[in-house]
Design a protein around this ligand. Structure first.
Ligand code: ZN
Length: 403
């Protein structure tokens, strides 16, 4: 049985649009503050340069020396280990500005620009502005991260990193039992590649809990609490080639049975491996429906399970007049499960009409910015009205509807 929660996670688009759309990457420096005697930008810059070097050299003790107390020393030691395990490249820390908040005579909060890239997986570097508290006149670091700012997983604490070929999984915690996540991710990539050829890799990040997920993605409290997984730009930007990873919400994902968890992982892997996040113009029914098409392709579940919610809706009210609209995919929308099922069946309808290859070509074309109407005609010989009619017939014929 597919857990109800198994339907909810299929929420790339809203997640991706949120994570990427609100320009949080464009950190606006606060108005110039009256520079007190506290902040010493030059010393802070040196400290950050030392941290950057320690990470590059894999020198945990050198990084630990930059911590103001034992907590931060442990954190910086873990950061060095994380960077090494993840294979981070292009790691830079650059002091940007003070934020005007000081503590005592020699401590202040500043803003630091950070870049990094998972070598072999991310084609460009992620870039964020990170709040950092400095102490000892800038010679040490007292805290990393802050409210209302993105805190990447690798800067938040120790990670259990597992890598296998084209798959990398990073789980918060020292020895956090990453094996099942790695197995699901590996299978997800194989399932995606069986339908959509390519050689890009998949990075899956698993924060400790919903709070840590919220910090990693800088989302509002509660927004994704019911979502099992999100595919999102690591730094919130949608610039072409900007790294996109899959983020799991353990509170939901870990409760799924194995089949549902695999469907979630594969669904998200489709988004990540086909650059769906960057495809702002593609209709969501195609983006989400195609992800479920791939995720459910090798799953042996009856239509009463995979299309039970839309069947119930059609039985009561008849087939929807038109394909699902973008607003229907809002994570807080009602009947979300039925919407995803309807989108999935639109893709099933396309594949049944023109073959899987035609569906994939249509998806590729439209994701690359092509016009849906043109792509439908070219790859399937259909107008949008013909697709809609065939899809409505398909819905009307679902078990439980037609009897
Ligand atoms: Zn999705």
């Amino acid at each position: 049985m597919r857990a109800r929660a198994g339907r909810l996670p299929a929420i790339l688009a809203a997640a991706a649009l949120l994570a990427g759309g609100c320009a949080k990457d464009d950190y606006v420096a606060p108005p110039p503050v009256v520079t007190g005697d506290v902040a010493d930008a030059a010393v802070a810059a040196d400290t950050l340069a030392d941290l950057q070097t320690a990470i590059r050299d894999g020198d945990g003790p050198a990084a630990a020396d930059l911590g103001a107390d034992v907590t931060v020393r442990d954190l910086l030691t873990a950061v060095v280990a994380n960077a090494e395990a993840l294979g981070l490249a292009d790691v830079t820390f650059r002091y940007v500005t003070e934020t005007g908040r000081t503590s005592g005579a020699d401590a202040w909060d500043g803003q630091v620009a950070v870049t990094w890239r998972v070598d072999g997986f991310d084609s460009t570097s992620a870039r964020i502005e990170l709040p950092v508290s400095f102490a000892d006149s800038g010679a040490t670091i007292a805290a990393v991260g802050g409210a209302g700012a993105r805190l990447p997983l690798w800067l938040a604490g120790a990670l259990d990193v597992r890598k296998d070929g084209k798959v990398l999984v990073a789980v918060a915690g020292d020895d956090a039992g990453g094996e099942p996540y790695l197995a699901a991710a590996r299978r997800a990539v194989a399932q995606v590649r069986a339908v959509v050829p390519g050689d890009g890799g998949l990075v899956v990040e698993v924060p400790a809990d919903a709070d840590a997920l919220r910090q990693a993605l800088d989302t509002e409290p509660g927004q994704y609490d019911a979502i099992a997984a999100i595919t999102a730009p690591v730094d919130g930007t949608e610039a072409a080639g900007s790294p996109v990873h899959v983020f799991l919400n353990r509170g939901v994902y870990d409760d799924l049975d194995r089949v549902a968890a695999q469907v979630v992982m594969t669904h998200e892997a489709v988004h990540a491996l086909t650059d769906a996040v960057a495809a702002r113009r593609a209709p969501l029914w195609l983006v989400e429906g195609f992800a479920d098409y791939v995720a459910l392709r090798d799953v042996d579940l009856p239509l009463t399970t995979t299309a039970g919610q839309i069947a119930e809706q059609v039985r009561r009210a008849g087939p929807p007049k038109e394909l699902p609209l973008p607003g229907d995919f809002d994570p807080t929308a009602s009947h979300l499960g039925a919407v995803y099922e309807a989108a999935w069946l639109a893709c099933v309808t396309l594949a049944e009409h023109g073959g899987e290859r035609a569906l994939v070509e249509l998806y590729d074309d439209v994701l690359a910015g092509g016009d849906l109407v043109t792509a439908l005609r070219e790859h399937l010989g259909w107008t949008e009205a013909e697709l809609t009619a065939a899809w409505r017939d398909r819905l009307a014929a679902l078990p439980g509807v037609a009897g």
